[in-house]
Design a protein around this ligand. Structure first.
Ligand SMILES: *[C@@H]1O[C@H](CO)[C@@H](O)[C@H](O)[C@H]1NC(C)=O
Ligand SMILES: *[C@@H]1O[C@H](CO)[C@@H](O)[C@H](O)[C@H]1NC(C)=O
Ligand SMILES: *[C@@H]1O[C@H](CO)[C@@H](O)[C@H](O)[C@H]1NC(C)=O
Length: 490
């Protein structure tokens, strides 16, 4: 446990805390934060997550919204909070000053008075991502302006700053050199509008940097350059030499800002991390190498060639989220440094804390049972594939592809994995282990090697609508079977 987390009284503890703080200050190390997303079928209780954050030495947390359960758990936690306005609220915030004021009143002032240490409001999340096809180009800046005005009106603009988390694709370099960097031509003016506003109002530029994605979309990307261990072919740019993509990408942004007259705008790394499953390059080994490399990098306090000094960053992500869209890729549900149930996936030393990651405490699991393919099931049965497709479409099969944690399973186990995922996601309801009679429930854990057949965790009563969903799923499944039978008889 990080010594500065404030547990245990006594003079010795105080001295220790002071000593650690002095070490941090001397090294010029920025505080480390974590992203806390909640797109999960069975999220850990907010109080458990807050304990995890504090117990592991995080000082800051970044949210994607301002859900009441989350915000209440963060009260008096001492954690610095960045709350978020989801993209689908941008148009409302942009067109109605009243709505912006209401948002600030309900989601900032309200919790601030309750002892929640809110420091930033993130307006939108990667709104200029090309996959959004320009949907938020018009609304982002007016929404930012209205939220800032609402903060001023509420008398909070000194203590709470605005920002817009952007994907690193908002800037580019025509060569591989950071000094050739500038904002993307199609959004150049939009970016400057925002950058000027952030600069005028004491805000910060928030950017998400992902060397993993570069490796994912460009197989020839030099792997060593993605990590922090030195590179065979460093990029030389004037007097600077870049041996890792993070520094080069970061400094491409600095050059883009500098070129347009904002070279001193503070920068926050809103998301940085490496996934552990769903792709050949997504595994615990690489994730550890990357995240530990990054933590060591920021612990030196040296910064990058173009911006020496502390780096302000939020790891992506704290916990896996099994309901995230897999449109970016199957890895998308596996960014956590912790599993869905709060287990550390690998050893990681955060900041100057010498302790390893601590698992979540008091997690309540459902019964020790799994849904698997019956040993007697005939693999050549024509009805089998539909049951697997159904399970995978409703639950999570992102750990079954080539090079993933369960990629080595034989066909029977592969099918069992899909069935179990569906069964667990539906709270182990017997009805969810039917699959046209192909499945059965077992008390024997089918996990092997790196492949974990999970057991779901309990969720609080706020989620009591789940059983209803099981019934709907069951009906859908019946329908599928009937359609199938009709087709077979026709
Ligand atoms: C506050 O935030 C929540 C969560 O993002 C959102 O659903 C709600 O609409 C917001 N409240 C107001 C008054 O805008
Ligand atoms: C983006 O939106 C425009 C207009 O709505 C449409 O014509 C175009 O096909 C879309 N592009 C993509 C890639 O979805
Ligand atoms: C296992 O299941 C996945 C997803 O359904 C599929 O893509 C893969 O080919 C299967 N592998 C085997 C060996 O059956």
């Amino acid at each position: 446990m990080g010594s500065w987390s404030g547990h245990g009284g006594g003079a010795a503890a105080v001295v220790l805390v002071v000593a650690v703080l002095v070490t941090w200050a001397a090294a010029g190390v920025g505080a480390i934060g974590a992203n806390w997303g909640t797109q999960a079928s069975h999220p850990l209780p907010p109080d458990t997550v807050v304990k995890m954050l504090k117990g592991n030495g995080f000082q800051k947390v970044k949210l994607f919204d301002a859900e009441d359960g989350t915000m209440s758990a963060l009260r008096k936690s001492g954690l610095e909070v960045m709350v978020g306005i989801p993209n689908d609220l941008l148009t409302t915030m942009a067109t109605s000053m009243k709505a912006a004021e209401k948002w600030v009143d309900k989601n900032v002032s309200n919790y601030l008075n309750d002892g929640c240490n809110i420091r930033y409001v993130a307006v939108g999340n990667e709104p200029f991502l090309s996959t959004y096809n320009g949907s938020f180009l018009q609304s982002t800046f007016p929404a930012l302006r209205n939220i800032q005005s609402a903060l001023v009106k509420a008398g909070l603009s000194n203590q709470i700053k605005v920002t817009v988390p952007q994907n690193a694709d908002v800037y580019q370099t025509s060569t591989s050199k950071p000094s050739d960097g500038d904002f993307r031509t199609d959004i150049h003016d939009r970016m400057l509008e925002i950058v000027k506003f952030l600069s005028d109002n004491g805000g910060a530029f928030t950017v998400n940097i992902y060397p993993f994605i570069s490796l994912y979309i460009e197989p020839n990307f030099p792997k060593d350059y993605a990590f922090f261990e030195g590179a065979a072919s460093p990029i030389v740019d004037g007097s600077a030499t870049y041996t890792n993509m993070f520094d080069a990408n970061h400094d491409t942004l600095i050059w883009a800002l500098k070129k347009n007259g904002y070279g001193n705008l503070p920068i926050i790394i809103g998301e940085i991390g490496w996934p552990t499953d769903g792709d050949v390059n997504a595994n615990a080994q690489f994730a550890r190498l990357f995240n530990q490399g990054f933590m060591t990098h920021i612990a030196t306090g040296r910064g990058t060639p173009m911006r020496p000094g502390p780096i302000d960053a939020y790891l992506f992500s704290l916990i896996d989220e099994d309901e995230k869209s897999i449109q970016p890729g199957n890895f998308e549900r596996h960014w956590g440094i912790f599993t869905y149930d709060g287990l550390p996936k690998y050893e990681l030393t955060l900041g100057t804390a010498n302790s390893q990651l601590q698992r979540a405490s008091g997690v309540k699991y459902l019964e020790k049972k799994w849904c698997v393919l019956k040993p007697s099931a005939n693999l050549n049965d024509a009805k089998l594939p539909d049951t697997v497709s159904y399970a995978c479409s409703m639950a999570d099969c992102t750990s079954l592809g080539y090079g993933t944690s369960c990629g080595g399973l034989d066909t029977r186990s592969n099918i069992s994995y899909a069935y179990n995922s569906f069964f667990q996601k539906n709270d182990q309801d017997d009805v969810a282990c039917g699959f046209s009679g192909f499945a059965t429930i077992t008390g024997q854990n089918p996990s092997t090697g790196t492949c974990r057949f999970g057991i779901m965790i309990e969720v609080d009563s706020a989620f009591s609508w789940k059983p209803q969903r099981v019934k709907n799923n069951y009906l859908l499944m019946l329908l599928l079977v009937i359609v199938h039978l009709c087709l077979s008889f026709s």
